[in-house]
Design a protein around this ligand. Structure first.
Ligand code: SF4
Length: 370
């Protein structure tokens, strides 16, 4: 092997630079590498970055440049992720880096997701151990990797999750689902729950034109890999008016979830609000969300929510058997929690799909930490 260059030696002294997981040399192209972390499987020339902008080929080896370099940290209610059926009323310490493997024109967090390291570093260095200790000090119940795509900083996610587990914290990620099965295998049981975010009904044209993602189909394979690992899954779909609100797409997605993850999988239809490059589009009409919610229920999903419409009746959880309102919410706050201790409907005894215990402490959230 060639001796390390001065550039590599100086970069390796920085705490946010670590050799990456899941890469291999590209056959027939000396010095090139392939990243196998997400389905882009970027071939990367020496000195260049992958599409996410945070993984770099330095002297024929792949490095992450965002290890522990956190762009945001906040205390959130778990309902904000959204995870409505996972430790309800609990509090998570949410963290992110910069960069993303998607290029969504509507991204609410575009300032961090579309930031690129060659334009300068952005973040505060926090070691995995420090992060877990902060979560305990803030009396959080868990840690969530969110705001930008956590797959792209998997090295830190794995180490931080390990530290979290040592301290009895749960771990979750909010993901676009584009991680390869190898990446999910690498994370294994270190993540307890995932919110898998679809946009535009998972429509292929929408993914290509509005997000620069060649094909959403691998996301379904990833969800199966997550299920195999025992992760608790909730699925969201951002409904973008005029260009990403087709009923047949939502029906297809709902059918797949029912058949492969189970009808008890919570499903969220999220209202779009104008942001980033799609400021010319209106908010999603509430009637559109309601029509799609009816369609998802008709396909067999038991728990369908409408998100980003505070005060809407589909913020609550209803018993699928008798219709009783078992959890009442306003936004991210639980107003009343009426389940029995073993998470059954108090009226008819139906077992509600809830993982974990009710914590009842998320009112007044979220709170920024920095
Ligand atoms: S994680 Fe980044 S570098 Fe790796 S394949 Fe995905 S976009 Fe490319």
């Amino acid at each position: 092997m060639d001796p390390p260059s001065t550039l590599r030696l100086s970069l390796l002294k920085r705490p946010h630079v670590r050799e990456a997981r899941l890469w291999r040399p590209l056959e027939g192209r000396p010095g090139w590498v392939v990243c196998d972390l997400c389905y882009r499987r970027c071939p990367i020339a020496p000195g260049k970055y992958g599409a996410c902008g945070v993984r770099k080929n330095i002297d024929g080896r792949l490095y992450t440049l965002v290890y522990g370099l956190l762009s945001a940290m906040a205390l959130d209610p778990i309902e904000k992720k959204p995870l409505m059926h996972f430790y309800p009323g609990s509090v998570v310490l949410s963290v992110s880096t910069v960069g993303c493997n998607f290029f969504c024109q509507f991204c609410q967090n575009w300032e961090i997701s579309q930031s690129r390291l060659e334009r300068g570093l952005m973040g505060v260095q926090v070691s995995p151990e420090e992060l877990a200790m902060k979560a305990v000090a803030y009396e959080a119940d868990g840690i969530t990797f969110t705001y930008n795509e956590p797959t792209i900083f998997v090295e830190y996610l794995i180490d931080a999750s390990r530290e979290a587990k040592k301290r009895g914290l749960y771990t979750t990620m909010v993901t676009n689902g584009y991680a390869t099965p190898e990446a999910i295998d690498e994370i294994g049981g270190l993540i307890d729950a995932a919110t898998v975010d679809f946009k535009g009904g998972g429509n292929k044209d929408f993914y290509r034109k509005v997000m620069r993602v060649p094909d959403p189909e691998p996301i379904y394979q990833s969800m199966l890999a997550m299920k195999d690992k025992g992760w608790f899954i909730e699925v969201t779909n951002l409904v973008v008016p005029k260009i990403g609100d087709r009923e047949e797409d939502v029906r297809r997605m709902a059918r797949w979830i029912v058949e492969n993850l189970g009808p008890e999988t919570p499903f969220h239809l999220l209202r779009f609000h104008p942001d980033y490059k799609l400021r010319h589009l209106p908010h999603t009409p509430v009637e559109t969300l309601e029509k799609l919610a009816r369609a998802a229920k008709e396909e067999g999903l038991e728990y369908v929510y409408i998100g980003n419409v505070w005060g809407h009746p589909l913020e609550h959880t209803y018993c699928p058997r008798c219709g009783y309102k078992v959890i009442e919410r306003y936004g991210f706050t639980i107003l009343s929690y009426r389940l029995t201790k073993d998470n059954r409907c108090p009226r008819c005894g139906y077992k509600i799909n809830i993982k974990g215990t009710y914590k009842g402490k998320s009112a007044g959230m979220p709170m920024p930490v920095y």
